[in-house]
Design a protein. Structure first.
Lengths: 222, 202
């Protein structure tokens, strides 16, 4: 008798358990993904080509592949916007064969090694096209910040130059592609114009602006 | 959650620090390419109007605030090369007593500089958060660099008159690696004359 009562109780509970599942599972799948409900996070690591422009383009006759960027963003679910912080590293180098540089009453014969490095710290804001969970999501981005910038022109092995903390403004566009639907990892590709005023009368430049084309990976989580 | 952001920020800051060290731009620079030849001249001087020069028989050695003379084999080689070049430009070498128009000096200069750098500890808890309250002050390192280079000067004795002050109308600095090599001195001395085409007698 006792055994039958026990069995009955187990059956009742079990039935209730199954009943609950039957009701809840479709509900579970109807719920929006967390990316659509909450502010989520995204980190991206990219690298690629750096192209000097403007007066800097005349001075630094060389592109670079030492051009990296790490960005962390808060991705807002409803507005298609994200905001974040990005840290970059850019290094340009150009060697010019022996030449005689003549000024007023001076002639200097030297091999020049022109280098420029910048570590921009930029606050960024992005607008995306498409839903937060779209597999392919193009974006446009603007950024404002500052950079530790250093220009060193080695005459032979004698360094001359300037360095300091400079203003930086960025504008760019790109696309992010998720590897899997609703996935976390994806491919990122984009191009950014970086305006960086860096005046040096001795070197004949007014700015050290660059065009950066980068590809890399991004990861999002919540 | 707040701590999580802070971790990210810290990570970014550390990444920025490690990246800010640039690669060595000069690691593939040959000694020849490291040589720099600097010549300055007095603009109002007409080098064609001078005809004779005298050259000391030793090299002046200047070491920070000390000075002396040297007569090593290398020094003689440099002196004779300078004399050769001056002769090639049409100037006649005469004794000091014969009232030369130019006085030519060769100097070996060695400058020692001492600098100080602060080594900041990136794990300094003063900058970070939490931690056990330890604070490591930045440590300081001293570094010393010595640069040795040649300097050649031409002094205007013609217009100095009886005064003790004469104008340096031309000077050349030869800096870089390998400039004290027996085999290189001839070419480095030639280089400063080559880039000074105006330095010749009419």
């Amino acid at each position: 008798m006792k055994r039958i009562i026990c069995l009955a109780i187990v059956l009742v509970f079990a039935g209730e358990l199954f009943a609950q599942q039957v009701v809840d599972r479709p509900e579970l799948f109807k719920r929006q993904s967390p990316y659509e409900r909450y502010t989520t996070y995204r980190v991206s690591v990219t690298g690629g080509l750096g192209l000097p422009t403007g007066t800097f383009g005349n001075y630094m006759d060389n592109t670079t592949l030492r051009n990296y960027n790490v960005a962390v963003d808060f991705v807002f679910p409803k507005t298609n916007l994200s905001a974040g912080l990005s840290v970059g590293s850019q290094y340009f180098q150009n060697r010019i064969g022996r030449q005689v540089y003549s000024s007023d009453n001076q002639d200097v014969s030297a091999v020049q090694t022109r280098t420029f490095s910048a570590v921009p710290l930029v606050l960024t804001g992005s607008y995306h096209v498409g839903n937060v969970n779209a597999r392919v999501r193009p974006y446009v981005q603007v950024g404002l910040g500052g950079a530790f910038a250093e220009l060193i022109n080695y005459w032979g092995s004698i360094p001359t130059g300037d360095n300091g903390f400079r203003f930086v403004a960025q504008a760019g566009a790109g696309v992010r592609v998720l590897f899997k639907k609703q996935g976390k990892l994806g491919l990122e590709a984009g191009a950014t114009y970086q305006h960086l005023p860096f005046e040096s009368a001795a070197e004949g430049i007014k700015d050290a602006s660059t065009l950066n084309a980068r590809v890399g990976l991004f990861y999002r989580w919540w | 959650m707040k701590v999580k952001y802070l971790n990210i920020m810290m990570g970014l800051a550390v990444a920025a620090m490690s990246w800010s060290c640039s690669p060595d731009a000069l690691q593939d620079l040959t000694p020849e390419d490291s040589q720099v030849f600097i010549t300055n001249y007095e603009k109002n001087t007409n080098f064609g109007n001078y005809s004779t020069f005298s050259l000391a028989d030793s090299v002046f050695v200047v070491q920070n605030d000390r000075s002396g003379v040297a007569t090593t084999g290398l020094d003689f080689r440099v002196l004779s090369r300078v004399a050769e070049n001056m002769t090639k430009r049409g100037y006649v070498r005469v004794a000091k007593a014969a009232k030369p128009d130019f006085g030519v000096n060769v100097l070996r200069i060695s400058e020692t500089q001492t600098g100080v750098v602060a080594n900041f500890n990136p794990w300094n808890t003063y900058w970070g958060f939490g931690g056990g309250g330890f604070y490591y002050p930045p440590t300081y390192s001293y570094y010393q660099t010595t640069e040795r280079y040649w300097q050649v000067e031409i002094i205007d004795l013609k217009n100095a008159g009886t005064s003790n002050r004469a104008t340096v109308v031309w000077n050349a600095q030869i800096r870089g690696d390998g400039i004290f090599d027996e085999n290189a001195v001839a070419s480095v001395i030639d280089a400063v004359f080559t880039q000074s085409a105006y330095l010749k007698k009419n």
